[in-house]
Design a protein around this ligand. Structure first.
Ligand SMILES: Cc1cc2nc3c(=O)[nH]c(=O)nc-3n(C[C@H](O)[C@H](O)[C@H](O)COP(=O)(O)O)c2cc1C
Length: 385
C-alpha cells in the first residue's frame, strides 16, 4: 500500500490506471453511451451541490458506520457490479472483493464477470452480492441465481436497465473482445503494458467466467453484443420481476430505477432496496443524472422506509456525504474502484476506499457533524439542491 499512498485522489489513480491498462479495457471502463452526456451530468450535478457548514459543534469521535438490510458496514459505500473487471487487472473480481471485505463494505459480482461465482466464493470469506441480468432463457437465468445461492450469496441485485445494450462508440472502434484479439494494434498496446500482460498470461480467467458454460460462438464485441441482444429479454415485465422475487429467498435489490413510478412498482413487488442508477451513463444517453433522480424519487415515493441506494458519478467523499444528506442509504461506485484495480490490484482498490473514507470523514467534520446517520438536508445549501 505504501507506494500507493502517493495517490491523493481518485483522479490520480485514474491517470495511473490509464497508463497501466491496455487502451481497449481502459476505454471500456471509461466510456458511456453515444455523446456521454449522462456520464458527465452524473458527475457535474453532484459537483454543483454545495454544503452549508456549521461551526463550533462537537465533532469528536466521528462515526461513518451504517447498517443496511440487516448488515453493518464501515461506511455508506458499496462496489457496483462491473462486467469484465478481471480485464482491468488479472483476477480483478477477487482483488476488489478482498479489498471490500477488508474495508467491511459490500462487493457485487456482475453476471458478466471474468471470475466465476464459484471461484470468487472460494477466494473470499464473507458473502458478496450477486448481480443478475434477466435473459430470455429463464433456465439459464434461474441457473445463475441458483449458483449464487449455492455459494452463500444472500443478496441479489437484479439489473433492469439493460434489456438492450447501449452503444458505446469506443468499444466498437476498439473491437472490444476478451481475451483481446491479437491484432497489430493490440499487440503494440499490450507490449506497452507488460505488468498487466504478465499477470493476465498467468491466470486461467480470461473470459466470461459465469457464462462460459452457456455461450457458444462468441469471440468479439460484435458477436457478444449480438449474443446479448439475442439473450437479454426485450419483453421483460414486472410480472417476471415478481417471479424472481418469489424464487429468491434472500434480499432483493432492483438496480437501474430512474423514476418514482418504477420505484413504486419495485417496492410493491417486494424489493428490499432500489439502486437509483442510469448504469453510469452507459445505457440511455441524455437521461437525467442519478442524483437528480434520487432527489425526485426520495421526495415522491409513497413508501418512505425503503432503502434507496444510488450509483453514478460518485468520485470523492464529498459526493458520498451529499447523497447521504439527500436521504440515500448508500452510494455505490463503479469506475472509481476499477481505476484502483488498474493502478494496483487489491492495494489500489484499498487506496480508493481509504481516500473516500478520509474525505467523507473530513467533510462531515467540516460540516459540523459527527454521525453519518444523522446528516440531513440541513448540511446542503438549499439553493443548490
Ligand atoms: C466497466 C463497467 C461495466 C459495468 N458492468 C455492469 C454490469 O455488468 N452489470 C450492471 O448492473 N452494471 C454494470 N455497470 C454499471 C455499474 O454497476 C454502475 O451502475 C456504474 O458504474 C456507476 O457509475 P460510476 O461508474 O460513475 O460509479 C458497469 C459499469 C462499468 C463502468
Amino acid at each position: 500500500m505504501n507506494n500507493l499512498k502517493k495517490f491523493l485522489s481518485i483522479e490520480e489513480l485514474r491517470k495511473q490506471a490509464q497508463s497501466s491498462v491496455p487502451k481497449m479495457f481502459f476505454d471500456y471502463c471509461e466510456s458511456g453511451s453515444w455523446d456521454e452526456q449522462t456520464v458527465l451530468s452524473n458527475i457535474s450535478d453532484l459537483k454543483n451541490i454545495q454544503f452549508q457548514p456549521r461551526v463550533v459543534r462537537n465533532i469528536a469521535n466521528r462515526k461513518t458506520r451504517i447498517s443496511l438490510l440487516g448488515e453493518e458496514y464501515s461506511m455508506p459505500i458499496g462496489l457496483s457490479p462491473c462486467g469484465l473487471t478481471g480485464m482491468q487487472y488479472a483476477d480483478g473480481e477477487i482483488h476488489a472483493a478482498k479489498a471490500a471485505e477488508k474495508f467491511q463494505i459490500p462487493f457485487t459480482l456482475s453476471t458478466m464477470s471474468i471470475v466465476s461465482i464459484e471461484e470468487l466464493a472460494n477466494n473470499v470469506s464473507k458473502d458478496f452480492w450477486f448481480q443478475l441480468y434477466v435473459m430470455k432463457d429463464r433456465e439459464l437465468t434461474n441457473n445463475l441465481m441458483t449458483r449464487a445461492k449455492d455459494v452463500g450469496c444472500k443478496t441479489l441485485v437484479l439489473t433492469v436497465d439493460l434489456q438492450v445494450l447501449g452503444t458505446r462508440y469506443k468499444d466498437v472502434q476498439n473491437g472490444l473482445s476478451t481475451p483481446p484479439k491479437l491484432t497489430v494494434r493490440n499487440i503494440l498496446d499490450i507490449a506497452l503494458k507488460p505488468r498487466w500482460a504478465y499477470k493476465i498470461a498467468k491466470t486461467k480467467n480470461k473470459s466470461f467466467g459465469n457464462l462460459k458454460p452457456y455461450i457458444t460462438n462468441v469471440s468479439n464485441l460484435n458477436s457478444l453484443s449480438s449474443w446479448i441482444n439475442e439473450q437479454f429479454d426485450e419483453s421483460l415485465s414486472w410480472d417476471d420481476i415478481k417471479k424472481f422475487r418469489d424464487l429468491w429467498p434472500g434480499k432483493l435489490i432492483i438496480k437501474g430505477i430512474m423514476s418514482t413510478e418504477d420505484a413504486e412498482q419495485a417496492v410493491i413487488l417486494g424489493a428490499d432496496a432500489i439502486v437509483v442508477s442510469n448504469h453510469g451513463g452507459r445505457q440511455l444517453d441524455s437521461c437525467a443524472s442519478s442524483v437528480s433522480a434520487l432527489i425526485e424519487i426520495k421526495k415522491n415515493l409513497e413508501k418512505k422506509g425503503v432503502d434507496l441506494i444510488i450509483d453514478g458519478g460518485i468520485r470523492n467523499g464529498k459526493d458520498v456525504l451529499k447523497i447521504k444528506a439527500l436521504g440515500a442509504s448508500m452510494g455505490m461506485i463503479g469506475r472509481p474502484y476499477l481505476y484502483g484495480l488498474g493502478a494496483g490490484g487489491e492495494e489500489g482498490v484499498l487506496r480508493v476506499l481509504e481516500i473516500l473514507h478520509e474525505q467523507l470523514d473530513l467533510t462531515m467534520a467540516l460540516c459540523g457533524h459527527r454521525d453519518i446517520n444523522t446528516v440531513d438536508l440541513s448540511i446542503l445549501k438549499k439553493s443548490t439542491v
